[in-house]
Write a protein that binds this ligand. Structure first.
Ligand code: AHR
Length: 512
């Protein structure tokens, strides 16, 4: 059996893992909201119509922040349609997904849901059909205490206290011709700068000539970067947009979905190379941010909000009629193989935690999601649910730099590593976690050397592997799950030898 070495040292950290790295996303798309998080009359729904079974699974995942309300939906959305008495809210066409939006659920419902679930809201303002004024007034609706028409409307709608929303996305995928109101990089950059400035003013953020700053809780603003790195405009889009907006924004967004088409017999190697490709993509944007920072002579560091990432496999023709309310759309059922690639993507996010400060798994329920629901019925955990659950719950603190010597394999992106790992350390929890994917078609013996952490004791060891790469979970059958393994001996307080089955994900947790 081939051997591989993985080495990490307590003194060599990449950076701090922001809790917001484990965020997710709910869009008015398909059944993410309706029949997903919100289904009045469902046996587990509370007095607000929020599904309790779904909240239970979200808590299991330990998601700290959720982006809302889109997505492509955002660019045709008027937030005013979704507030106020329900019987007066208009029903509209949603041109992003050719659905009907009843607006039963809007900003106030989302804020209430966030409060109940302990989730931080990450709102988005419409830069497609929306104006700078619409954006600023949504900030006013959410964050201004009262005494103005807009803030008093919120109070009349039942929220006496402002929501104090800190995280705001300025538009969504504005580089994409599929976007309602798509713009060029220059036009978007100019509009985003004005939106950011006026949103900050509305929030009471103001800088005097002498540098004195008003506003105690500044907004954290996310400017819309490339939709993926196959866009012709990538990475020029990101440079231009950042050059316009750098002083006003805190994060550059990036999105990426990795696809595998079984019908088309896509090469498996390409799919297994996704994690390394994601690493390259982040690297390019990291360099672009640094370039612009130098060019605009700024001391400030802009970070990355990877606010849409996932596997997205179904490209089947739409089977639902146009203009249906809450149609079944993008309801991918993830395979074991998807979970394996997914775990590698999570390792990549962790290994770039110094620059990627926000991550949003897109999406959370029913739409390319780890949680699936049945109208009036049950829920199930997709295969991808598990790597997320383990890492979001335990891989906290700092990511450690790892050194490893795996073989490489060829992919359409270039070469990729057969072994893909991340090692994290949380001093406060006295915990070290190792997440390893073996993408080789044979078992590997891994020697994991974790120096300087003290005397490590293994406390958890789970493994996901399946002879059927296309095995899936479903309602009442969650068979693709991690299996507990016998805890390995820790030699000399820091070294373990593991057998990594071909095509497997392993997760090990130590304490000291
Ligand atoms: O998450 C699904 C869609 O993918 C989002 O609406 C859009 O932003 C992206 O293209």
């Amino acid at each position: 059996m081939k051997k591989v070495k993985i080495f990490a040292d307590k003194n060599l950290a990449i950076g701090k893992i922001q809790p917001t790295l484990y965020g997710s996303f709910i869009e008015h798309l398909g059944r993410a909201v309706y029949e997903g998080i919100y289904e009045p009359g469902h046996p587990t729904a509370d007095e607000d119509g929020f599904r309790g079974d779904v909240i239970g699974l979200i808590k299991e995942l330990n998601v700290p922040i959720v982006r809302y309300p889109g997505g492509n939906f955002l660019s045709g959305y008027d937030w005013r349609d979704g507030v106020g008495p329900r019987d007066k809210r208009p029903t509209r066409l949603d041109l992003a997904w050719f659905s009907t939006e009843t607006n039963e659920f809007g900003t106030d419902e989302f804020m209430k849901w966030c409060k109940k679930t302990g989730i931080t809201p990450m709102m988005a303002v419409n830069m497609g059909t929306g104006t700078v004024k619409d954006a600023a007034q949504l900030v006013e609706y959410c964050n201004h205490a009262g005494g103005t028409a807009i803030s008093d409307a919120r109070r009349a709608n039942g929220a006496e206290e402002p929501y104090n929303v800190r995280y705001w996305c300025i538009g969504n995928e504005m580089d994409g011709p599929w976007q309602i109101g798509h713009l060029s990089a220059d036009d978007y950059g100019k509009k985003a700068l004005e939106a950011a400035k006026v949103m900050r003013w509305t929030n009471g953020e103001f800088k005097e000539e002498n540098g004195r700053t008003w506003g105690m809780q500044p907004l954290k603003l996310i400017v819309s970067g490339s939709s993926n790195h196959e866009m012709k405009t990538f990475p020029e889009w990101d440079r231009v947009v950042l050059e316009h907006t750098y002083p006003q924004v805190d994060y550059l967004s990036m999105h990426r979905y990795y696809m595998y088409d079984r019908e088309d017999r896509d090469p498996l190697e390409d799919f297994l190379g996704s994690a390394d490709d994601m690493n390259e993509y982040i690297g390019t944007l990291r360099a672009t941010i640094e370039y612009v920072r130098a060019k605009v002579r700024s001391a400030k560091r802009v970070h990355i909000s990877f606010d849409e990432w996932n596997i997205w496999t179904v490209n089947a023709p739409r089977s639902e009629p146009l203009w249906k309310k809450a149609p079944h759309l993008l309801e991918d059922v993830y395979t074991f193989q998807d979970a394996l690639v997914f775990a590698g993507l999570m390792n990549t996010l962790l290994n770039n935690c110094d620059v990627v400060h926000i991550g949003c798994l897109a999406q959370l329920v029913n739409v390319i999601a780890p949680i699936m629901t049945e109208k009036g019925g049950g829920v199930f955990r997709q295969t991808s649910f598990y790597p997320f659950r383990y890492l979001a719950n335990y891989a906290t603190g700092e990511t450690m730099r790892t050194f490893s010597d795996p073989d490489l394999f060829g992919t359409k992106y270039g070469s990729a590593r057969e072994i893909n790992e991340s090692v994290t350390h949380d001093g406060a929890r006295r915990s070290v976690c190792v997440s390893v994917c073996n993408y080789a078609q044979e078992d590997r013996e891994a020697e994991i050397e974790l120096r300087s952490f003290g005397d490590l004791r293994a406390v958890e060891y789970v493994e996901m592997t399946d002879p059927d790469l296309f095995a899936v979970n479903g309602f009442g059958k969650e068979k693709v799950v991690p299996h507990e393994k016998a805890l390995p001996d820790v030699k000399d307080g820091s070294r373990v030898i593991l057998r990594l089955p071909a095509m497997s994900w392993s997760f090990l947790r130590f304490t000291y």
